[in-house]
Design a protein around this ligand. Structure first.
Ligand code: AMP
Ligand code: MG
Length: 501
């Protein structure tokens, strides 16, 4: 490894080691495994700027070497952390960063703490016999989707870069290696706490919790009752995140507790997918036979995962064990109302409703029923709903084209117009503007990602670039990109996405 790197060339944000100072037993130093002749396939220019990396820095071979693990970030020792987790409901006592390495912690110019992690940079003590690598296909999907989710306004880990190399990686077939550099304020997961709790090493819970609080929930730092307050916020963030996933039709696919962020971020993009036609029972991960993580199950799974976190942090709560359980139950009880409120508000926004009235849930559900029965496209139908005029004589041009069950739809639209009129929400243009800011026109559909992947596998990143630019503005009309808003062509509707990545 070359450790003579000129930091000035990068002019990056300064180092801000916080997680690193926790040391053992939370993480271990690990040297990345180099990749041969890596190529930078894409980077997020906006995120690079936030990190103090300009175009010249992003074009430098030194930084690329660092972003794939061939060179260290100057002044920082990379490390892998240990965590556990409930995978598909079963507790696995030790998982950990099997192919992830934290390579830097930085302080941005506006004072935010951001951590950089490489995914796919080789084996770690937590690889459990696997190769520590990631393939190009899954790396491009993670890169595109995390940036797309950010643009959609969903809390998420982000991706600074995706780089590929010719090094072979063996999955169902032989593929090639890639490394993403993902960025988040913290990569601590529910599973980090579960690891120490379930092995009876409770003495390690408080330092980890205090690290999270001191770095990310500073308003609670040092308060005597901080743990309960902090856990309450985590539960509420998780509930609000689930509401955002539901209203965008985002399906995560692997909602194990090790894939749940202590900051309420979307993390670990694997076999995720956005709904095409609306089907509440949609399962995006074809290894999920029982549909544990089906679209409609997500809010409850989020709640179940919070229960696992609360179990694992019981030793932090005050009083006798019985009193601690009581406090945990009170915190747990906050999930349902926060979820319901956020979901109701989110769906009302999608319908263009300003107020919340009794009966709105029924109005929504009957619209979703029309979409479900007619296999209508979820994203397109909501987007086109903005074209409905409150004047009953003006036909709902655009949206009717999405609907199969027109009789049911026409009955629904009568109720919808009445509901809009009831809150004097009859300024159709203003309502449409608002709706177009919450109902995206462009989402990362599997077939779109697939086209970018297939090109990139041939060494052409034009489609990857086009898609990244498109998805950075998901709510804007981009007339020259109209075909990217279409439903998947017949034959590409059910691209199966597996856990293998
Ligand atoms: P995931 O399903 O991607 O969330 O991963 C579950 C666990 O398996 C995590 O501890 C990962 O670090 C680990 N893992 C997944 N793929 C690999 C791989 N190719 N090499 C090493 N560890 C892996
Ligand atoms: Mg994971």
């Amino acid at each position: 490894m070359n450790d003579r790197i000129d930091l000035a060339v990068w002019s990056a944000a300064p180092l801000d080691p916080c997680y690193a100072t926790l040391g053992a037993p939370y993480h271990q130093p690990v040297a990345p495994t180099p990749l041969s002749q890596p190529i930078l396939l894409h980077h997020s220019a906006t995120l690079a700027r936030e990190l103090g990396l300009d175009g010249a820095a992003m074009g430098s071979p030194e930084l690329l070497a660092t972003l794939v693990g061939n060179n260290p970030w100057p002044g920082y020792v990379p490390h892998a952390s240990v965590y556990a987790g409930h995978q598909f409901g079963t507790f696995v006592p030790q998982l950990g960063d099997g192919r992830a390495l934290m390579i830097a912690e930085l302080r941005t110019q506006d004072g935010r703490h951001l951590e950089l992690q490489l995914k796919g940079a080789g084996r770690t003590p937590y690889s459990r016999g696997a190769d520590g690598r990631a393939v190009l296909r899954s790396s491009i999907r993670e890169y595109l989707c995390s940036e797309a989710m950010h643009a959609l306004g969903v809390p998420t880990t982000r991706c600074l870069s995706v780089a590929g190399a010719a090094d072979p990686v063996f999955r169902e077939t032989t593929e090639t290696a890639a490394v993403v550099c993902r960025v988040a304020p913290s990569f601590v997961r529910f599973g980090h706490f579960e690891f120490f709790y379930h092995r009876g090493a409770h003495q390690y819970l408080a330092s980890l919790a205090d690290h999270v609080i001191d770095t990310h929930f500073q308003h609670l730092a040092g308060q005597p009752d901080r743990y309960a307050a902090w856990l309450g916020e985590v539960v509420e963030r998780t509930a609000r995140l689930m509401a955002q996933w539901q209203t965008l039709g985002f399906c995560h696919g692997v909602m194990n507790t090790d894939n749940f962020s202590i900051l309420g971020l979307t993390i670990d993009y694997g076999p995720f997918g956005f709904l095409d036609h609306f089907n509440p029972h949609h399962i995006c991960n074809h290894s999920d036979d029982a549909g544990r993580y089906a679209y409609s199950a997500q809010p409850e799974v989020g709640q179940w995962n919070c229960a696992q976190l609360l179990q694992a942090t019981l030793p932090l709560l005050p009083g006798t064990p019985e009193q601690a359980v009581e406090i945990a139950q009170e915190i747990y009880a906050r999930y349902a109302p926060v979820y319901s409120q956020a979901a109701l508000r989110g769906w009302a926004d999608k319908l263009g409703l300003r107020e919340l009235h009794d009966g709105d849930a029924d109005l929504l559900n009957s619209f979703l029923g029309v979409l479900h029965r007619g296999k209508s496209d979820f994203t397109r139908s909501f987007r086109h709903l903005a074209r409905v005029r409150t004047d009953a004589d003006t036909p709902a041009i655009g949206v009717r084209e999405e609907i199969a069950d027109l009789a049911a739809f026409d009955a629904w639209i009568t109720d919808y117009r009445a509901r809009l009129t009831a809150e004097q929400n009859t300024d159709d243009d203003a309502r449409a503007d608002g709706m177009n800011r919450v109902n995206p026109k462009y989402i990362l559909r599997n077939h779109l990602a697939q086209a970018a992947i297939e090109q990139a596998q041939q060494g052409d990143t034009a489609e990857l670039d086009r898609l990244a630019k498109l998805l950075a503005r998901p709510f804007d009309e981009q007339p020259e990109m109209e075909r990217y808003a279409a439903e998947p062509p017949e034959g590409q509707r059910h691209i199966e996405v597996s856990c293998s990545s």
